[in-house]
Design a protein around this ligand. Structure first.
Ligand code: ZN
Ligand code: ZN
Ligand code: ZN
Length: 136
């Protein structure tokens, strides 16, 4: 258990974070902000208003989050974001090396097939995967 992770857990229990969550949910109009993008990059916004969660797009400004650091998401779309941000178990780089891979994951999830998307997500980034399978 790292110190950084402990600090993060403590922060999520703080009144300060509760305030920020309230502010973000109000900003989003108490509705999930996920956009079901088509191939042209636009589409309808998710209509879920229940069970909203506030997700960190970046942890760089923890405790003083800037506009754009956070996204209000429903339960399903929170999982989509966590999946797309998945880190390699060896080096902590993103396992998705390009935007089209992560877009494919988003699409699978948006279609409701989270289980498939999760089992298809690699545990290693392309580099580590290559180093573990030195066939080529
Ligand atoms: Zn999250
Ligand atoms: Zn949603
Ligand atoms: Zn790696």
């Amino acid at each position: 258990m790292s110190a950084r992770r402990d600090a993060y857990r403590a922060y999520l229990r703080s009144p300060q974070w509760a305030e920020i969550r309230k502010r973000e949910r109000a900003r989003a109009g108490e509705r999930c902000e996920f956009i079901k993008e088509d191939e042209y990059g636009d589409g309808p916004r998710c209509s879920v208003t229940r069970n909203l969660q506030v997700h960190h797009l970046t942890y760089a400004n923890l405790g003083r989050e800037q506009p754009g650091d956070l996204k209000v998401l429903c339960d399903l779309h929170h999982k989509v974001y966590e999946l797309v941000a998945k880190e390699c178990v060896r080096c902590q780089e993103s396992v998705f090396d390009n935007d089209s891979d992560s877009a494919a994951v988003e699409l699978e999830c948006a279609e409701g097939d989270l289980e498939t998307a999760m089992s298809n997500a690699p545990g290693l980034c392309p580099y580590c995967d290559h180093m573990c399978n030195k066939d080529d």
